[in-house]
Design a protein around this ligand. Structure first.
Ligand SMILES: [Zn+2]
Length: 132
């Protein structure tokens, strides 16, 4: 049945080495925002992230970061994006939700520590993150 009412809890498992790369990339881009594509796989709502891709032709400033989706190859291992918020708030902006890509959007807030990482679904609901 297509509409069987079994709510799958979405969650994110982030490899520690990927987290470290994300944090240093965000620090490097500060005070601008940085954006990266998350690579991994999704199984029963668990999104496992094991790699990163720098998007081609990405652009960013102090309050925005993005990339033209039309330049991306179709790749099933692209599960979402991560970008930084140099403002210090990890809440997704309206623009972030409009430009949602993939299954999950991770936002890292300044000062980009291990506890500054938050994941969101396409409706702006928080998704729990565990470091593996
Ligand atoms: Zn944003």
């Amino acid at each position: 049945m297509l509409f069987k009412k079994k709510k799958i809890e979405r969650r994110v498992s982030l490899e520690k080495k990927v987290l470290d790369s994300i944090l240093s990339y965000c620090q490097m881009r500060h005070p601008n925002e940085g954006i990266l594509i998350l690579k991994g796989k999704s199984k029963q709502g668990n999104i496992m992230i094991d790699g990163l891709v720098i998007p081609p032709f990405n652009y960013s400033g102090p309050t925005f970061a993005g990339f033209p989706h039309s330049f991306l190859p179709f790749d099933m291992s692209y599960v979402g994006t991560v970008h930084s918020h140099s403002s210090g708030s990890a809440e997704p902006s309206v623009t972030d939700l409009h430009n949602f890509f993939g299954l999950v959007s991770i936002i890292v807030q300044s000062p980009y520590g291990d506890n500054d990482v938050f994941a969101w679904d396409s409706s702006g609901n928080p998704v729990p993150v565990s470091i593996v």
